[in-house]
Design a protein around this ligand. Structure first.
Ligand code: NG1
Length: 462
């Protein structure tokens, strides 16, 4: 697979690079050598299924993390942010000091970048290359944090790319994506690989079907008249601060093991729901039926009884202390995963077969996806459900929660002809509901989005 492109910025991009370069120079006392740009993403469909091994359909967005980078002779790394609400930090540039910092429970914005540096250094070490002693970095992010648009992963990917590029290690984009997904788990969330994959594999003008094991990105050409709009519920959810995301990961793993055991497969080797589907040789529809028959809500003792293991053994199998968990909603979670995986395939099919009612069919799939996230996966909240309803009342063909959930953004589908009116209608509703005055720039809360470019390196030519 090819490498991250090294580009020269266009006029608009150059203005931003210059501003970041001047911030960099005033903090680090020298000019940056290069810039890294990693986009955020919006997931069109396929939510909470990447960590079960199923394909998802995201696209990169315009909002991004821009990082100015310079090597330095002295040991250590100095990280600053153009936004002064994010504190600066100086640390040793060594995996040991990174791991020490990541072990602490406090939530600091730069930890995501440090996760990326940690795994980036690992890649450099594996390549047999010497890694540089020090690095200066200044960051400018435009992705709203904790809003389901992958700001954290963009920061992680930036860390991996910054250190490997500084060390002159130009790796294939899929390798960088895989290592970045591994890196983000250092923060404590057991996420899938969607965000890092689209960050590195995105291409302007096309959404991507991202498949896992092995990682692959296939173009999904959206209907010519489709317009996607992101709307923000203004509710934030930092998934590293709560265990609800990891709980869903564990529920899906346990569902996979229990189905495998009930169907006589070697359940200890089964990690994820797509494994059990493959072993049983069933369709997604058949798997959804199996989930509704073979699974139910269970507590820890019930799961231990079914799998014939102790709680200690169970905790080791799913890599968390199961005693911290009460009820596992295995049926609902697995049913969502199999049905959502089928919706992704249908979404791609509808996109590839031009027809008169493409938009309507895509919209229906998005609505079904949202209902499933709300009712089966329990990862939506009242405000997000309300936003989806308002988007549909304002004329969207479909709308759904995007990203991990429990707050964040909604992605809505409309058409070229109706997009402006839709944005205005929904904007007016949001103003009323959120009680926003005329001074509020609605474009930060509701905006059209198009498939953007993946990660790139920029060299200063000014
Ligand atoms: P966001 O929205 O960035 O928190 C998370 C996971 C994805 C995926 C989605 C739900 C990480 C880094 N990201 O995304 O892998 O599982 O939730 O579809 O864990």
């Amino acid at each position: 697979m090819d490498k991250v492109p090294i580009l020269v910025a266009g006029d608009a991009g150059k203005m931003r690079l210059k501003k970041l370069a001047s911030h960099f120079e005033s903090h680090h006392g020298e000019k940056p050598e290069f810039f890294i740009r990693v986009p955020g993403r919006v997931n069109l469909i396929g939510e909470h299924i990447d960590y079960s091994g199923y394909a998802v359909c995201p696209m990169a967005i315009e909002q991004d993390m821009l990082v100015a980078v310079g090597r330095r002779k002295e040991n250590g790394i100095s990280i600053t942010n153009i936004d002064s609400k994010y504190e600066n930090v100086d640390i040793d540039l060594s995996p040991a000091s990174f791991r020490e910092l990541l072990k602490k429970d406090d939530i600091k914005w730069y930890k995501y970048f440090v996760c990326g540096l940690t795994e980036g250094i690992e890649l450099v070490a594996k390549s047999g290359q010497e890694h540089i002693s020090g690095l200066n970095a200044s960051i400018w992010g435009t992705i709203p944090p904790a809003a389901g648009l992958s700001s954290s992963s963009a920061l992680v990917c930036s860390g991996v790319l910054a250190i490997t590029h500084a060390d002159k290690l130009h790796l294939a984009r899929d390798v960088l994506a895989t290592q970045s997904a591994k890196a983000e788990r250092l923060i404590g969330t057991e996420g899938g690989g969607m965000d890092h994959a689209i960050a590195f594999l995105a291409q302007k003008g096309t959404a991507k079907l991202i498949e896992f094991n092995p990682l692959r990105a296939i173009d999904v050409t959206l209907p010519w008249d489709a317009v996607f709009v992101i709307a923000d519920s203004m509710k934030r959810h930092n998934k590293a601060a709560f265990n609800n995301y990891n709980t869903r990961v564990v529920e899906c793993k346990l569902a996979a093991k229990i189905i495998a055991k009930k169907y006589g497969a070697s359940w200890r080797d089964i990690e994820i729901l797509s494994d059990v589907q493959r072993i049983l040789g069933k369709t997604l529809k058949e798997m959804a039926d199996i989930a509704s028959q073979a699974l139910s809500d269970c507590d820890v003792s019930e799961i231990c009884r079914i799998l014939e293991v102790s709680t200690t053994e169970l905790s080791a199998l799913v890599k968390i202390d199961v005693n911290d968990m009460r009820t596992f909603h295995l049926r609902k979670r697995a049913q969502h995963v199999f049905e959502e995986a089928a919706r992704v395939i249908e979404f791609q099919d509808v996109c590839s077969l031009e027809g008169s009612n493409q938009i309507q069919r895509l919209g229906e799939l998005m609505i079904a996806s949202h209902r499933s996230l709300r009712d089966l996966f329990d990862c939506s909240i009242t405000e997000v459900n309300h936003l989806v309803d308002m988007a549909l009342e304002s004329g969207a063909a479909g709308a759904r929660l995007t990203g991990a959930g429990w707050g964040g953004c909604v992605i809505a589908l409309t058409t070229k002809d109706e997009a402006d009116e839709f944005v205005k209608n929904l904007g007016d509703k949001l103003r009323k509901v959120y009680g926003l005055g005329d001074e509020c720039d609605m474009e930060t809360l509701i905006f059209k989005t198009e498939p953007g470019q993946g990660a790139a390196v920029y060299l200063p030519d000014f």
